[in-house]
Structures are given as C-alpha cells and as structure tokens.
Design a protein around this ligand. Structure first.
Ligand code: TRP
Length: 372
C-alpha cells in the first residue's frame, strides 16, 4: 500500500513556533526522508470558515501567509503538494456522506470539539441574539470534514499536534464504519505525534497551555529578530525566582520548556557568550547542566533568555530570508498552490469514484441498474 501523508492548518493567522515544533518541522523531515509516496499539505480555508463565516477576508488574506510560512520553513513544492481545501469540492461531498455515519452524540463527546466550543464562547442555547449565539453546525461537524480531508487522499499518516488526537480517532471510526457498511474502500490513518514532550504542546510565552493568536502569546515564524528578542524577554519564568542567587524552578518554567523544544548540543558552544556576565561566567555543555545551575541558584533569567533568543533567532533567520525572497514574487507562490490543488483534486476525484461505487450511488455507471 502506498504511504501517503496528509496534514494541514487553518489559515486564520500566520504560523507560529507552536505550529513549527508541533508539526511543521516534522513535515520537512518526512519530506526529506523519502519514505513517502505522496505528501499533501492542505491550507484548510473551508475549516477556517466554520468559525469565521462573517470574516472571510481574514481567511482569504491568510492563505498566502500560511503558504509563505510553509515554503520558508522548508516545504519543497517539488516534493509535496500544497493545496487549498475549498478548491477541492470532493472534500465537501465526502463530508456530506460521512455525516450519516456519525451521531450528534458522538460529536458532542469529542474532547477537542468540546474544548474549542468553550474557548470560542459559543453558548449552549441560542435565543437569536448576537450575545447568545450557539455553535455553528459547520463548526460542530468539522471533525467529519477533517475525516474527509484525510481519507480523500487515502492518507496512511497524519503528522499533527496532540490536540488533534480525538480528530484522528473519530476519523478512524468513520473509516471502519464506512468499510463495514459499504465494503473495504477507505484507508485507516495513523497519527504521528511529536516525539519530544515539550513539542507536544508548546506553551505560549505567558506560560498558558497553548500558543494562540487571541491570547497574544505567540512567537511567529515571520517575527523580526527584535520582536523575537522582545517576546522572549517578556516570557514567564519561575515567579519565585526573584534574585539571581535564589534557587529557581525548572518545571513549569516556560523558558526551559522552550529550551527543551529548541536547544541542540551545538548551541552551547556557539552561544556560550550568552552566559558571560559581569559578575559570573558559566560554561555549560548541555541543558542538564544549565538546569542544575538554575536549580542551585546564581543563574539569572536574563542569561537564560538571551540564550533562548539566540537559539530562536538562529532558527528563524533563514526562514525570514526565504520569506523575503518569496514575497518578491507572490504570483509564483499562487502558482505553486494552483498546481498543488490540481494534483489534489485529481486524487480526491479518484477516491470519490471508489466511494460512489461502494455506496452504489454511481448510477450512470451502474449497468445493472440502468439495464444496458
Ligand atoms: N484542524 C487542523 C488545524 O487546526 C487543520 C486540519 C484540517 C487538518 N483538516 C485536517 C489537520 C486534516 C490534519 C488533517 O490546524
């Protein structure tokens, strides 16, 4: 069986470091591994509209931003198909058929849906007023649409962040149900989670559970070096670590979570100067030594933050440069999306043919039915 990747992002804003460690970095590695027959990366504009119906312009403008983030992070259009969800109408069709295989109650149990409904403040009742607007049906059903996204490409592997686990579970259920009712047609996908615990869910710069645009706690891949440094300097650390000499806590300290996610052995030599101060000069060879010193006291937050900012800017600088290059010719980026979408549509159309045949709704090709 062909090994196929499908994954994607909602274009509601530029991509941030949470996207990068949660999924984007992995995608580039998978692309380079050569271990996959096809890779589809989807800009999920239709899904973004499920809770932005009244703000289509935001979604529209962010399509190119996400594409720029992808390409500057290293996705190579010669190796992956980047496409726009709503331009592949088969995905909508498939969603409609899958809707009959999922109950309202099962959707209500989906933990990610539950959490996201709460986060967006959709109320339980809808009295017609703006204040008490319930959950849009399309939003409520987006796990079903996501199952369509994955299965339309017969994806075997879905690299995503941990928050998408319930989506994958629900997708697998739909596949099993479809195959049981209509005969073996669809492929059951596997989730591919980040290996590193810090990458599973990178907190925001304020230490809150997740980077989120609305919380204003994100570092974007397209942020300038000054912005990154400013955001790192404002990061939450250990509130009990008041004086440099005080022992500090590593657990739950956002700067250390980021170091766990981004720090590599080579950084200790390259950025050694970050640990040279007026009063003290530390020489570290690995993160465990840094943590031990922080716990013991004497290592200030500023040194740590300078080190983290140097690491992040080192990672982001080549991306910024590629982005600046790409921005000079946006029509070429749109052309990449157009080509990727063409390939995606072809693939999805082939699956829809199989699906219609399995469901026996391929009437005009059904000789038995037509009698000729
Ligand atoms: N829900 C994903 C996000 O929040 C985007 C997405 C849509 C997706 N369809 C998908 C991810 C299918 C993986 C597979 O960004």
């Amino acid at each position: 069986m062909a090994k196929v990747i499908l994954t994607g992002d909602r274009p509601t804003g530029r991509l941030h470091l949470g996207h990068y460690v949660g999924s984007l970095r992995r995608r580039v590695e998978l692309q380079e591994s050569g271990g996959f027959d096809k890779i589809f990366i989807m800009i999920a504009d239709a899904q973004a509209l499920t809770d932005n119906a009244d703000n289509p312009e935001k979604v529209r403008q962010n399509i190119i931003q996400v594409a720029l983030d992808y390409l500057s992070a290293g996705l190579n259009p010669d190796k992956v198909n980047i496409f726009i969800q709503s331009m592949v109408p088969q995905l909508t069709e498939l969603t409609f058929y899958y809707m009959n295989l999922v109950t309202v109650q099962r959707l209500q149990r989906n933990p990610t849906v539950k959490q996201e409904i709460k986060l967006r403040g959709f109320s339980e009742t809808d009295d017609g007023s703006e204040k008490k607007a319930g959950t849009p049906v399309g939003f409520f059903c987006y796990p079903i649409s996501q199952a369509a996204d994955i299965t339309a490409f017969k994806a075997t592997t879905v690299p995503v962040g941990e928050d998408q686990e319930p989506m994958l579970e629900q997708c697998r259920e739909i596949v099993r149900k479809f195959n049981a009712v209509y005969g073996p047609t669809l492929v059951e996908p596997e989730i591919l989670l980040p290996e590193n615990a810090a990458c599973l869910r990178l907190p925001g710069t304020d230490g809150k559970a997740k980077m989120s645009k609305s919380l204003g706690n994100c570092i974007y891949l397209s942020d300038s070096a000054e912005e990154v440094t400013r955001k790192v300097k404002g990061m939450f650390t250990d509130p009990g670590h008041l004086q440099v000499s005080d022992p500090g806590k590593v657990e739950g300290n956002t700067v250390f979570t980021y170091l766990d996610a981004f720090c590599k052995p080579e950084h200790f030599e390259r950025f050694a100067s970050c640990f040279e101060g007026r009063k003290s000069c530390f020489v570290f060879h690995n993160l465990d030594e840094v943590k031990a010193q922080y716990r013991a006291g004497g290592l200030g937050d500023m040194m740590l933050k300078n080190f983290l900012a140097a690491i992040l800017n080192d990672l982001l600088e080549p991306m910024r440069q590629r982005r600046a290059e790409l921005e000079k010719d946006l029509p070429a980026v749109w052309e990449i999306l157009r080509k990727g979408t063409e390939v995606a549509e072809e693939e999805a159309a082939a699956t829809l043919k199989d699906v219609r045949r399995a469901m026996r709704i391929d009437y005009f090709d059904d000789k038995e039915l037509i009698g000729k």
